[in-house]
Design a protein around this ligand. Structure first.
Ligand code: FUL
Length: 519
């Protein structure tokens, strides 16, 4: 009731203003656009800049995939290790029933849109016959050394309509010259070139940050900017993840993104490298991976102190098993469908892409236990979202002025915006009425991120028949926000944006009812 009263008091109609600065989304920028904050910018100008930063076309397409997979596979699969030491015998690699089509088919059927393969993990063993080392599949028993896992998986991905990406570990525990920085950096770039030229389109490269001491006792200095250059030259549309400027690590390996997850972040580029004129190369040259594990990454307090801002969306990586590689002893520890659905709600449903690791077994197949969990997870998600209880055409607005069109469930509506006296931005209220009392327990919200990420706080009320009651609330929305609530019954529902960086652009508002059935 409290919110409603204050909302009425704040009800001052204000036109939806399209702010002056807007960034291009179309592919002119293979890299995210870096927006500079000027010393003379006022707080509201800074917030307006943040509100108008948008993903590149590649980032946007990537966010729409929502659910992608890691497949950790290599010598560790056969030795039972997680981090091989780099001197394991390559002959041990022998996945006798290897079938990349089985991987792609299973993962495709699970609703997954891309496979990122560990082409080389920290042990240095290459899943393709590299010309730059002999520590590869060419020295394994598998297919008498004639096999190429990278080729087989990339082909299978194309066959099943999946995108393909590679994990290439900068840390290499095998090569004797690791630690001899210039030499090793050239070796790394050469391997990158092989992966980026021989296997068709690569949608994501995944660089891990681990950096151990070399066998020569030397500390390797990675030349990140030169690695990015190779990627940009050879595959300009490819996204560089984690130790790279296009996609950010969410900060944990639990499968849970933050309650408040911003895609616009301050200062991912060192200020030393940012001079007066801004061009997108500075993003690659000056990108400095730092601590993205903090709770608050993109709140107003952070934005207001920023020197530059950039779209840097989160990817939530987690394994379906306790380890990243397959170990038979973990067959009974595969995450249950319920756990996976929970992870989905807390990753995809918290403005991030879910990168779920499903490690193939020693035979070279995805293990049955993992398949069962994945299929049930997918079935449950489909059941939950099968019917939006909100008819897409029937929104109405209690506040009466219709100005700029608003996109809700992909239908253009005319909305109203209400200015908040606390200068937190604009409020938007959307109302919907059912013909009869309706029960729901799941809510979906999406912002139109092609206009930026703006919503900072929202809540949802339902009409009991005699009064409005709050049933859900949250902070950021971004690409997608999912909320599970207790069964709630009402005749009307309304969404109120309590705080936003400029006018909120709602793309979807879904309300669902899911009855859990066993089996
Ligand atoms: C980590 C690695 O050390 C793990 O083995 C795994 O590959 C994970 C995705 O990244 O940093």
């Amino acid at each position: 009731m409290k919110q409603f009263t204050s909302f009425i008091i704040l009800l001052v109609l204000f036109p939806l203003i399209e702010p002056a600065i807007s960034q291009p989304l179309k592919g002119e920028h293979p890299k995210p656009v870096l927006v500079q904050i000027q010393k003379t910018d006022t707080p509201s100008q800074i917030i307006e800049k943040a509100a108008n930063i948008v993903p590149t076309k590649e980032q946007f397409d990537w966010e729409q995939m929502e659910f992608i997979a890691f497949t950790h596979f290599g010598l560790n699969t056969f030795t039972g290790q997680e981090w091989g030491e780099g001197h394991e015998d390559p002959e041990l690699f022998n996945p006798v029933e290897f079938d990349a089509d089985q991987w792609a088919k299973v993962l495709h059927n699970a609703g997954i849109k891309m496979i990122i393969l560990t082409a080389r993990h920290h042990d240095g063993f290459c899943l393709w016959p590299s010309n730059f080392t002999d520590y590869t599949v060419a020295r394994s028993k598998w297919k008498n050394g004639k096999g190429d896992v990278v080729k087989a998986v990339s082909d299978a991905c194309r066959k099943y309509g999946l995108k393909f990406g590679v994990y290439l570990s900068p840390w290499d525990r095998h090569e004797s010259f690791y630690g001899d920085s210039p030499l090793y950096n050239e070796f790394f770039r050469n391997q990158l070139r092989e992966l980026l030229t021989k296997y068709g389109k690569i949608t994501e490269v995944w660089f891990d940050g681990a950096c151990g001491e070399g066998p020569n006792g030397k500390k390797q200095i990675y030349d990140w900017a030169s690695y990015y250059k190779v990627v940009r030259e050879l595959q300009p549309e490819c996204l560089i993840a984690v130790m790279g400027p296009d996609i950010r690590w969410v900060g944990t390996e639990t499968g849970y993104a933050r309650e408040t997850e911003w895609s616009v972040l301050p200062d991912i580029v060192s200020t030393d490298s940012v001079h007066n004129s801004f061009d997108s190369n500075q993003l690659d040259d000056g990108f400095l991976p730092h601590n993205f594990m903090e709770q608050n990454l993109g709140g107003r307090d952070k934005i207001l102190k920023a020197k530059n801002l950039c779209w840097y969306p989160a990817e939530t990586d987690v394994s379906i098993r306790p380890g990243w590689f397959y170990h038979e002893k973990e067959d009974s520890l595969v995450k249950t469908p319920e756990e996976l659905v929970d992870i989905y709600f807390n990753s995809v449903g918290r403005n991030s892409v879910l990168l779920l690791n499903i490690p193939p077994n020693k035979k070279g197949l995805i293990q049955q236990e993992d398949i069962v969990s994945l299929m049930k997870m997918n079935k449950t998600i489909k059941q939950i979202f099968r019917k939006n209880l909100i008819n897409k055409h029937k929104w109405f607005y209690e506040a009466r002025e219709y100005k700029a069109p608003l996109l809700i469930n992909d239908v253009k509506h005319h909305g109203c915006a209400v200015k908040d006296s606390s200068a937190q931005g604009f409020l938007t209220e959307l109302n919907y009425e059912w013909k009869r009392k309706t029960v729901f327990n799941t809510v979906l919200l999406k912002e139109d991120i092609t206009k930026g990420q703006r919503i900072e706080k929202f809540h949802i009320d339902y009409w009991t028949g005699s009064e409005w009651k709050e049933c859900a609330s949250g902070t950021t929305v971004g690409y997608k926000r999912l909320l599970r609530i207790n069964d709630t019954k009402g005749t009307k529902i309304r969404l109120i944006i309590d705080a936003s960086r400029g006018s909120a652009n709602i793309k979807s508002f879904g309300v669902y009812y899911f009855v859990k059935r066993e089996g």
